[in-house]
Design a protein around this ligand. Sequence first.
Ligand SMILES: Nc1nc(=O)c2c([nH]1)NC[C@@H]1CN(c3ccc(C(=O)N[C@@H](CCC(=O)O)C(=O)O)cc3)CN21
Ligand SMILES: O=c1ccn([C@H]2C[C@H](O)[C@@H](COP(=O)(O)O)O2)c(=O)[nH]1
Length: 277
Amino acid sequence: MKQYLELLDKILTEGSLKGDRTGSGTLSIFGHQMRFPLAEGFPLVTTKKIHLKSIIYELLWFLKGDTKLAYLHEHNVSIWNEWADERGELGPVYGYQWRSWPTPDGRHIDQIQQLIEQLKKTPNSRRLIVSAWNVADLPDESISPQQNVAQGKMALAPCHALFQFYVADGKLSCLLYQRSCDMFLGVPFNIASYALLTHMAAQQSELEVGDLIWTGGDVHCYLNHREQAKLQLSRKPYPLPTLIIKRRPKSIFDYRYEDFEIRDYQAHESIKASISV
Ligand SMILES: Nc1nc(=O)c2c([nH]1)NC[C@@H]1CN(c3ccc(C(=O)N[C@@H](CCC(=O)O)C(=O)O)cc3)CN21
Ligand SMILES: O=c1ccn([C@H]2C[C@H](O)[C@@H](COP(=O)(O)O)O2)c(=O)[nH]1
C-alpha cells in the first residue's frame, strides 16, 4: 500500500491547515488519484491491522439496501453508531440510494441490479455508474445528523458519492469518486470495500479483476490523527494479502460473510484513533 502511505505523507508535509464541520481541524489537500491493480493483491493497509469484518458487513449492508443499525449490530459492527437516531435509523444513505433511488413519479430504481444487468448485456457501455449523491436527500450541514434524519434526510452526505465500472480485455475496473476522505480511519475502509465490490461484480459477470482507481476530493488527516499517521509512516509495509471468494452465489445480493477469506494478511498492530462526528 505504497500509494496510500505516499498520500498520507504528502498530506502531513504539504497539507493546508483547514477547519471543518466537526470542529476537529484537518491538514488537507484537494484532488488525488491512486490506482490498485487488483490482480496483484487485495489492497488492504498493512501498516496497521484493519478490521476487515466491519468492512465486509458494511458492504453487505449497503447491498441489502438497509439503512438501519440493527443488522450491523447483530454482527458487532459499530462504525455507524454516532450518526444514527435513537431508533438506529440513518435516513436515505447509501443502501437506499443504491437499491431504491426514488423517482419523481413514485417508482424506485435499483441501481445495483441495473449495473449488473448492464455489465452482462452491454459491457462496453460508458454509463456503468452508480450514484449515491441524491441532491434532494442531502442533509443540512448546520444541524445534527439526528435532526436531519428526523426531517427525512441523510444523516451524513455520501462520502463515496459515485462509482463507474469499465470493461476491457475481459477485465472489470472500478473508478470511485470520494468527495471527502478521512485518510486515517475512513480511506483504508473505502479502498477495501470497493475492491471487494469489484471482485464480487467481476465474479457475477464472469470477468477478471482489473484496477480499482480511487479518486479523492478533499483528502484530509484530522489534526488529532497526526501522531498515529506518523507512527504508521515509520512502519514497513508487508506484501498484500489475497482475497478468496469461496463460492459463486446466484446474484450480487446473495453473498454471505462466510464466502470471503483473506489469505496471508500480515499487518502491524492496530492503532487507535478517535472519530470526528
Ligand atoms: N470522520 C469520519 N470518518 C469516517 O471515516 C467516517 C465518518 N466520519 N462517518 C461515516 C463513516 C463511518 N466510517 C468509519 C467509522 C469508524 C471507523 C473506525 O473507528 N475504525 C476503527 C476500527 C473500528 C472497527 O472496525 O470496529 C479503525 O481503527 O479502523 C472507521 C470508519 C467511515 N465514515
Ligand atoms: O466512507 C466514508 C465516510 C466518511 N468519511 C469521512 C470524510 C470526512 O472526514 C467525514 C465526513 O464529513 P463531511 O463534513 O460530510 O465531509 O467522514 C470517509 O472518509 N469515508
